[in-house]
Every structure is written in structure tokens, then in C-alpha cells.
Design a protein around this ligand. Sequence first.
Ligand code: AP5
Length: 244
Amino acid sequence: MHIILIGAQGSGKGTQAELLAKTLNVRHVSSGDLFRKAFAEQTELGIQAKAYIDRGELVPDALTVSMILDEIQSLHGIQGTLLDGFPRTVAQAQALDRGLQRIGQHVDTAVYLAVPREELLKRLSGRIICRAHQHVYNIYTHLPRTTGVCDIDGSELYQRSDDAGPAVQRRLDIFFNETIHVLDYYGAQHRLIEVNGNRPAEQVQTTILQEIQHSLTPTALFSAPLPHKMLTGEADSPYSGFPS
Ligand code: AP5
């Protein structure tokens, strides 16, 4: 099973993906996290990608597509994926379809998290993430227990270089001018679900799970049953820090 999360910067893709991947028992694959990890390890890919990321631009398709397809291949088809931040261009979406076809798999569903621009800007200006595993917090809505320290792994929290200055507006412009066409690509194939992402994170999560359940084929669902408590919204929320 392969599910894609599409949304503008700050729409909550990473926040939702971390939780959904556990519930659906699929691997969370984030293109942004893979680039940041590659840079932290000072690989050639990471160093090349960093220059684009800091300017708020997309990393060229040639680098991005091979990185993601390699990551999917490395799972040897054992596990499905929740793709966060990829594809962002129609060319990437087409390359993903071809890559999956080669291993007898396909994209099941693409989920679009719709959030207004003003809200996106507020969320991005307040976001802080941890050095070790990129766990996400927010100074307005989701503070860590100890200032500057990740609740989960104890590593330092910092603001991403592309969450400040002109890069922020640039990233949003690229999303609304370019990545938005990826929605048409999946919409034309009847594989697109739109979810209102401008609500508390736990409500967004419940809706995504319900919509995924409606859209998946029985075979895909059989390999990833959704817990009843999650579908009914009775599960404990990990987001007590979010306003409701
Ligand atoms: P990437 O790391 O993917 O960044 P992004 O797309 O800019 O997405 P974000 O991480 O900013 O947003 P998110 O939707 O995950 O939001 P989050 O959950 O953190 O990519 C970085 C760069 O890498 C790109 O700019 C590009 O250069 C390059 N790149 C990556 N993929 C590429 C590709 N395919 N092709 C080419 N280049 C690529 O939430 C944001 C904040 O809001 C958090 O503080 C969170 O706590 C808060 N929040 C979340 N949900 C809610 C809610 N419901 N209510 C209130 N607050 C919330």
C-alpha cells in the first residue's frame, strides 16, 4: 500500500504522517527529512540539495526521484509507504508511477491537506524541530515539556533555515503555482482525497483515516486494518497541546 500526503508547507504533512504511519503500519518516507539527513551526513546528495532548500526552491527532479525510488526499493516490497513531500511535480508523480509499476505496485491514494495561506505562515513561523529525528513542535500550539529539548529523544530543538526569511513565501508560491498541478494528476485518476487541514490535528487525523478506509481496495485494507478506536475518534489524542 502506498499513500501520498500532499499539502503546502506547514499544512501538517509531517505531523500527520508520523501518526498515520504507525496506525497503518507503513513506512513514513519524507523527502525533506531524507535531504536533511543526507546533509547532516555530508553526502554529495545532501550538500547539493541544501543550496536549493535554503533558497526555498525545489531540489531538481533527477536527484529527488532517484532518492525516493531507492528508499522504496530498499524496503523490498515488505512494507507499504506513506510518502510525505513527494511527488511535488507532475514529472515526479509520473516517475513514481513508473518506478512502482516496475516492482508490481502502485499508488493507492493521494491525500491533499487543504490549509489557507495565512494559517500556513503562522504555523511555519512557530515551528521548531529536533536535531536527532525531526520531531515537530510549535511555539504557539505544541510546546515541548522542557524549553529547547525534544520530549521524545532529548535532542536540541531548532528552527529550520527555510522557515525564516524570504524562503518561506517562496516555498508557498512554488506550492500554489507548481505542486498544485499534482492534484490534477491524481484527481484525473480518481485517486485524490481532499481533507480540511485547518482544524486541530487529531480531527484531521480521524478524517484522513476515515477517507482512506473508504477509498482503499479490500486487498489493501486487509493488509492494514484500521483500529476501530481511530476510525471513531475514540483513541487518545497525542495532541493535547493543540487548541480544540
Ligand atoms: P519538507 O521538509 O518536505 O518541507 P515542506 O514541504 O516545506 O513541508 P513542511 O515540513 O514545511 O510542512 P509539513 O506539512 O510537514 O508541516 P508540519 O507537520 O511540520 O521539504 C523541505 C525542502 O526540501 C523543500 O522546500 C525542497 O527544497 C526540498 N524537497 C522536499 N521534497 C521535495 C521534492 N519532492 N521535490 C523537490 N524538492 C523537495 O507542521 C507545521 C507546523 O504546524 C508544526 O509546528 C506543527 O506543530 C503545526 N501543526 C501541524 N498540524 C497542525 C494543526 N492541525 N493545527 C495547528 N498546528 C499544526
